[in-house]
Design a protein around this ligand. Structure first.
Ligand SMILES: NC(=O)c1ccc[n+]([C@@H]2O[C@H](COP(=O)([O-])OP(=O)(O)OC[C@H]3O[C@@H](n4cnc5c(N)ncnc54)[C@H](OP(=O)(O)O)[C@@H]3O)[C@@H](O)[C@H]2O)c1
Length: 256
């Protein structure tokens, strides 16, 4: 019996006919993921908050690949918007999403004594609550073969220095959520996995920033990664049929 649910897909465009929602897809890792999924055949919805023009550029780039795309302003910090983006994406793309990529996240670092209760609420709202709500909404719509892929952080595996309490806490919550989602959704043929990037050259963490050299030195490869290098693992997980509840370091050996 053939149990490969991708067996009938087009080899050059394995995600053809599938729809994806990428949160925070206007820049950085999310933009690279949106483009990579489109290159592999998916129609793509992406969310943004401030980067309307940047989001429109990604939509045009996806359309240039022959796929459909839509940019949705949806702040993951707002529960209604985080959840509502899933239905808006489905309406715009005519179904799905078959693939949810929980990418939107804030990088709020700082000494323990400087982090306020408001900081905790804000970071958890975007990095954790928004992911939970989008995953729940997507799971409700997904059919067999659905894929939930979350962007965590290498700081769930190894915290290399001070300042990461809040951020590491938020991303570690996502690792637990992913495993629990895998268990709950597995019987329906839906997978949930998490990717842990190391230092990736984006606006959030530029490779020429003040702390960049130290971060690069902590990796086995001695360099920052690119958003495309993360996107390739996300795209793999969008197709993988027997991988769920798993954590993937895309960190240049940061955790080695
Ligand atoms: N870069 C790294 O070194 C690194 C390492 C580990 C993990 N990560 C994780 O990877 C993910 C992407 O990071 P990145 O480096 O690509 O970040 P980035 O360059 O700052 O881009 C963030 C993206 O998320 C969107 N966004 C921000 N806040 C949002 C919100 N409240 N609701 C919806 N969208 C929002 C932004 O949209 P607008 O521009 O429209 O605001 C933008 O598209 C994050 O979860 C981050 O924690 C990054």
């Amino acid at each position: 019996m053939n149990t490969n649910t991708n067996a009938l897909t087009h080899p050059a465009a394995p995600l053809l006919g599938r729809t994806a929602l990428v949160t925070g897809g206007s820049r950085g890792i999310g933009a690279a993921v949106a483009l990579r999924l489109a290159r592999e055949g998916a129609d793509v919805a992406l969310t943004f908050v401030n980067g309307k023009d940047a989001a429109a550029d990604i939509v045009r780039a996806v359309e240039a690949l022959g796929r459909r795309a839509v940019a949705l302003r949806a702040d993951s910090a707002d529960p209604k918007e985080a959840e509502g983006a899933v239905e808006r994406a489905a309406l715009a793309l005519g179904g799905g999403p078959d693939v949810l990529v929980n990418n939107a996240g804030l990088g709020l670092l700082g000494p323990l004594e400087t982090l306020t209760a408001a900081d905790v609420d804000r970071l958890l709202a975007v990095n954790v609550r928004g992911v939970f709500l989008a995953s729940r909404a997507a799971a409700a719509r997904m059919t067999e073969g659905g894929r939930i892929i979350t962007v965590g952080s290498c700081m769930t595996q190894r915290v290399p220095g001070p300042g990461g309490t809040l951020y590491a806490m938020s991303k570690s919550a996502l690792a637990g959520l992913t495993k629990a989602l895998a268990r709950e959704l597995g019987p329906r043929g839906i997978t949930a996995n998490i990717v842990h990037p190391g230092p990736i050259d984006t606006d959030m963490n530029p490779a020429d920033g003040p702390f960049a050299a130290g971060q690069a030195a902590l990796t086995a490869l001695g360099r920052f990664g690119t958003a495309d290098e993360v996107a390739s693992t996300v795209a793999h997980l969008a197709q993988a049929t027997y991988v769920t509840g798993a954590e993937f370091a895309v960190d240049g050996g940061h955790a080695a």
